[in-house]
Design a protein around this ligand. Sequence first.
Ligand code: 5GP
Ligand code: ZN
Length: 114
Amino acid sequence: MADECIFCKIVNGEIPSEKVHEDDHVLAFKDIDPQAPVHIIIIPKKHHQSIMTVPAGEPIIAQMLEAANRIALKMGIADSGFRLVTNVGEDGGQTVPHLHFHLLGGRAMQWPPG
Ligand code: 5GP
Ligand code: ZN
């Protein structure tokens, strides 16, 4: 756990969240400021700053992708489609420095993103 990390506090229950998936390594919950009818944040329970700081050979990215797959099915957006995004650093628009995927669906997405 990283001190003062919002998502670590969600993992340990200090900050409440609306969970939609939990397994040994991954937690997923509804975004507090949803940008689509379905907007889920998928995080590793262990703190990593972003995809750039995950050590080579660490299986967490695959575990997060597997969770995204299951959550898309559970939330009913697997057939209509969805977007899976990870923002990295300042230019990427990352505001919470704990690795996460945004799973967005329930409406048609635009391209290119802003
Ligand atoms: P980023 O901007 O880092 O890619 O995404 C961070 C996301 O976390 C944002 O979409 C923001 O709304 C969400 N978020 C920030 N704080 C909280 C919180 O305390 N609870 C929940 N559920 N989502 C949060
Ligand atoms: Zn953290």
